[in-house]
Design a protein around this ligand. Sequence first.
Ligand SMILES: Cc1cc2nc3c(=O)[nH]c(=O)nc-3n(C[C@H](O)[C@H](O)[C@H](O)COP(=O)(O)OP(=O)(O)OC[C@H]3O[C@@H](n4cnc5c(N)ncnc54)[C@H](O)[C@@H]3O)c2cc1C
Length: 441
Amino acid sequence: MAWDFETDPEFQKKLDWIDRFLDDQVEPISQLGVGYAGPKSKTYQKAIRPLQAKVKEMGLWACHLGPELGGQGYGQIKLALMNERLGRVGLAPVVFGCQAPDTGNAEIIAHYGSEEQKKKYLWPLLNNEITSGFSMTEPQGGSDPLAFKTSAVLDGNAWVINGEKWFTSGARSAEVLVVYAVTDPDHKDPYRRMSMFLVPRKTKGVEVIRYVGVGTERGGSEGYMRYSNVRVPYDALLGERGAAFVIGQTRLGGGRVHHAMRTVGQCKKALDLMCQRAVSRTTRDGRIGDYQMVQEQIADSWIELEQFRLLVLQTAWKIDKYKDYRKVRKDIAGVKVAMPKVYHDIVKRAMHIHGALGVSNEMPFSGMLIGSMVMGIADGPTEVHKITVAKQLLRDFRPDNDLFPSYHLPKVRQAAKDRFPDIAEELKQEWAARALSIDAL
Ligand SMILES: Cc1cc2nc3c(=O)[nH]c(=O)nc-3n(C[C@H](O)[C@H](O)[C@H](O)COP(=O)(O)OP(=O)(O)OC[C@H]3O[C@@H](n4cnc5c(N)ncnc54)[C@H](O)[C@@H]3O)c2cc1C
């Protein structure tokens, strides 16, 4: 009987430390907006490095990684419990060495990179000495990777990259960009047409057309990129030629579930704020939390959050168990689909219960609401993941070779009668005695 919903007491102590540390030290720095200028800035060195040192001292640095890469090898369940906390504070992933997109980029360099690439990028990324960008989506559409046009053509021993990329997160401070480009346009397998490249940001021809912000954000750090005749050596290729799609799936599988873990934290924060307001705000009838319709919103939010959290934790458990993202595809896609809706619905209620204050720029809800929309788009829109869930489920079913479905009740009952003829006969007699037919059941 291996079901267990309890946290190991030793790990609970670490989680309690994380809670205190986030509240006392990380949240205030986060609110100042430190971090925006990148890891080489003075404010970053002064405010963030000491916090990162404390995390390292506590053995909580880069917990998504195994010990061979400087992490703790905790596995996904412990990571989920940590990320629920880190998700509440904007800067927390940076302070704990697990910020996107560097986590995913480091993961693929660790898996597929050459020794040279690891030396140049992996270790500096893992130590947060540099940051990176992931340049995959294109302006004409991101959901369909087969429509990407950016090309990389061999010229002697160099690749020449041309094309535009949209929403390259963190482009402002990235020193290296992971770029998807079509290298084999005529390959018979459309999923083998693209390759991945590691392109230093300062390479000639790499240009930011503009930075795009999310929601009402000013400035923004989503790079609209142009690659014009960008020459990189042959060994800028990451992994095999034509393997971009496979490598990308490795990266996105983990990333999606880590977003979900942090989203649990955001939902919990919105629910806490909602409850706080419900017991604090009064009308002539008493606290707003005494109104049943407010109570309904609180109850629905808690129930939806708990359901979502359990799905995330179960998915984390399956990742640990199978150690193969392909075996957990349906679960990860399901989590990805559930995430924006749960997040949106809880935040919307929290916002509403706060009245005008809730929709003002003095509370975090409008940013969270946009955040929930982002979760339904980034790393693939909800529709695409719903299709994955359905397709994975449908794989286990074979067509009925009959006009009526296999669970057509007359068929099921006849099979039961054939299997237990004695009982069927006795029942028939009992029912007949009461002037009923067994077929009327
Ligand atoms: C905050 C944020 C950060 C991001 N960071 C990065 C990054 O670092 N690097 C990067 O490369 N990209 C990044 N992206 C881009 C992201 O990957 C894309 O936005 C996403 O893949 C969707 O592509 P799109 O925006 O072009 O939407 P489209 O592909 O144009 O889709 C628009 C809508 O069309 C519908 N749709 C599309 N395809 C289907 C389908 N098959 N079935 C049913 N309906 C469909 C859906 O309603 C979908 O929402 C980021 C996006 C956001 C919002």
